[in-house]
Design a protein around this ligand. Sequence first.
Ligand SMILES: [Ca+2]
Ligand SMILES: [Ca+2]
Ligand SMILES: [Ca+2]
Length: 186
Amino acid sequence: MRDMKTIGAVAFALMLAGTAQAGAFSEAESNNTLGTANSLGLFDVPGGSVIIDGAIGDNDVDWFEFTLADEASLSVFAAFSSGGSGDGVMQLVASGGDVIGFDDDSGIGLMPALQVESLSAGTYYIGLSGFGDVDSSSVDSDDLADGIGHTESFNYKLSVGFTIVPAPGATALLGLGGLVATRRRR
Ligand SMILES: [Ca+2]
Ligand SMILES: [Ca+2]
Ligand SMILES: [Ca+2]
């Protein structure tokens, strides 16, 4: 099992090194703090998607880290795998530890989902935990999910998708460059 996870991580790393930013990712413990979060890598234009395969056990939270090269819209959906059931919660955290999003039941069943229209370039964390760990007040308190306080146990699939479009300024510059090049050719 451990070998399969390692192979999956390596395959994903190779995929990230290329241009295709889509793939499968297997959660690897321990990942119960921002400092030990599993890295999903860097996402650049036009974005990408990852399906994470993982499991939540007693007193377990799973943190995932990703970096956006440019402003992006983000959607994260959690679902059970293998017909499991349970109650998950999710946090979205900025690099400094600021909790910028929380959800409980917007996904399938009692699972969470989050959609954010515009996230600035930078590094962020997604934390998936069990109901009872943290709640919506954590957006104000910045109380990070630590797995403590819940007794949920389930296998899950976490679908993470990014859409990144070049900033308007960058588009304008590209257009201007094209115009200049056209003139030079004349
Ligand atoms: Ca886990
Ligand atoms: Ca964990
Ligand atoms: Ca929930």
